[in-house]
Design a protein around this ligand. Structure first.
Ligand SMILES: NC(=O)c1ccc[n+]([C@@H]2O[C@H](COP(=O)([O-])OP(=O)(O)OC[C@H]3O[C@@H](n4cnc5c(N)ncnc54)[C@H](O)[C@@H]3O)[C@@H](O)[C@H]2O)c1
Length: 480
């Protein structure tokens, strides 16, 4: 636990020259800047911040510093004390200090800026790569984030040892991201509920088929005002979709009839928290290698949490753009895995780059058509973000769905068999997503508008020969 018991609250960095109370720590490095404080305040509070800090009132240990109004004219104004609890301060201690400050003067109002606690729900290939980023950014921004990051680990035995113990002692996920060190402030926790207890930001990064069970275990156990962000590419399982489509209690504004559900909606409905998404051209091994790349965050609450979420993921080599059109971001992330399967089939069949490029383009056309059909009025610009065209290209050349589907054609084995042989316990999401999408298309009588998505599903199910995929694309709606 990172704790600094002497310091309960501190002001922004620039106010420190005015503080003379001895117990107040001298080093300014860990304090947030005034602008960082301001960005977290409400507009009305911000308006009052022009009052420069003039005096400091030592109140005895534990000490606090207060700003006060510089002129009599302003004495009636409320003075805002931006207070940041030291990492590790307990909630009761924070509340006590808040009362203490208020008791000094009713003109003083505290704005508590507790650093956000972050949990990574998942520790596979992508979860571990993202842990390297979040471990860094939380350490770099201690006023925004608690640097103690918990990572939920689905316990497995690797080389006779518990994976969680390997992670906490060797700081490496030897099964899912071998050879890459994890920051030491990322701690593996095997109890799901404990890992999320009191967390403000929950990063969901598990294969999508595990989401319902994980969320069911977390119902009522996460903070009511927590924010979730889903890095999961895929779509919920069909039985869940059907259940929700049929339920009169879901409050779904859209797509009740189609049964379409997004993972973010599934998490939101089960846990009753806000859910943003992060998608992009991000093959985990390359991100873990610190190669330059981009990602897109989609959040409907861009004003409230866009800047904070960006800060949590944005690094020199992982560049983040934030957009409001979160369902488009998410659908691009899910549907590109189907297109990658088609690309893998063309590779397996020995076609060249022209055919693969045509498959990628037709896949993009079907992706935009799908989004437009189910979410009319989406922002076309979002398809040009990293989550759109960039992710599609990288997945169709380098991703595991492509690899599995190429091997499926070349070896004649089942998808499950090649997945087992090639992916070391990981899973390819494309075939599962293709099945979900096919059922949605069928329910909505639009199967003939999406020949590529349909062909991928049928091939994966053994209902169509891979060689027949090209035939089904000859009369594609994009050519008519
Ligand atoms: N790997 C990538 O390059 C990448 C990049 C971007 C997005 N994604 C997306 O991130 C998500 C997670 O992918 P990943 O690559 O980290 O997964 P992965 O296939 O590497 O790991 C599988 C994870 O699932 C866990 N698991 C196994 N059985 C489980 C169970 N019964 N219940 C709960 N968890 C179980 C494993 O412990 C492991 O942590 C997916 O939706 C994927 O599409 C992956």
């Amino acid at each position: 636990m990172h704790s600094s018991p002497q310091t309960i609250f501190y002001l922004w960095r620039e106010s420190l020259p005015f503080c003379h109370c001895p117990p107040f720590p001298r080093s300014t490095a860990q304090y947030p800047s005034r602008s960082a404080c301001k960005s977290r305040l409400s507009v009305s509070a911000r308006a009052r911040l022009f009052i420069p800090p003039l005096r400091c009132k030592p109140l005895g240990p534990p000490s606090i510093c207060c700003t006060s109004s510089p002129s009599r004219r302003l004495l009636a104004a409320t003075v805002v004390v931006t207070a940041v609890p030291a990492p590790g301060s307990s909630t009761t201690r924070i509340q006590t200090m808040q009362k203490l400050i208020s008791s000094v003067s009713h003109h003083i109002r505290t704005v508590i800026m507790a650093p956000k606690k972050v949990t990574i729900v998942g520790s596979g290939n992508w979860g571990s790569a993202i842990a390297r980023i979040v471990g860094q950014t939380t350490q770099r921004n201690p006023s925004e984030f608690d640097p103690h990051v918990r990572m939920w680990v689905f316990e497995e035995i690797v080389d006779g040892k518990k994976l969680s113990e390997i992670i906490n002692t060797q700081h490496e996920n030897t099964k899912y991201l071998p050879g890459k060190k994890l920051p030491e402030n990322v701690v593996a926790v095997t109890d799901l509920v404990e890992s999320c207890d009191d967390s403000d930001i929950l990063i969901f990064v598990v294969p999508h088929q595990f989401v319902p069970k994980i969320c069911a275990d977390l119902v009522g156990k996460v903070k009511a005002d927590a924010t979730a962000i889903s890095l999961i590419k895929g779509m919920p399982d069909v039985p869940y979709s059907r259940k929700y489509a049929a339920s009169p209690h879901t409050g779904l504004a859209v797509h009740k009839d189609s049964g379409i559900r997004l993972i973010s909606e599934e998490i939101r409905d089960l846990l009753n928290v806000d859910v943003a998404v992060l998608m992009g051209a991000n093959l985990a091994p390359e991100v873990a290698n610190d190669n330059f790349c981009e990602a897109t965050i989609g959040t409907k609450k861009i004003k409230e949490n866009g800047a904070l979420l960006k800060k949590l993921f944005h690094t020199e080599n992982f560049r983040i753009n934030v957009v409001e059109d979160s369902h488009t971001v998410e659908l691009c992330g899910a549907l590109k895995n189907i297109v990658a399967c088609a690309a893998g089939f063309t590779d397996g069949l020995g076609y060249g780059d022209n055919t693969k490029a045509a498959v990628i383009r037709l896949g993009l056309m079907e992706t935009t058509a799908f989004v437009e059909h189910f979410y009319p009025g989406s922002n076309l610009q979002t398809f040009f973000e990293s989550c759109g065209i960039a992710d599609l290209i990288t997945t169709c050349y380098g991703g595991r769905n492509r690899k599995v589907c190429e091997a499926f054609v070349k070896t004649g084995k089942s998808i499950a068999e090649v997945e087992k042989e090639l992916l070391n316990g990981q899973s390819a999401q494309g075939p599962l997503t293709a099945e979900e999408v096919y059922l949605m298309l069928k329910n909505n009588n639009v199967v003939d508008k999406f020949p590529l998505f349909v062909a991928v599903h049928k091939i994966c199910k053994g209902e169509m020969k891979p060689a027949d995929m090209i035939e089904s694309l000859r009369n594609h709606p994009a050519h008519l």
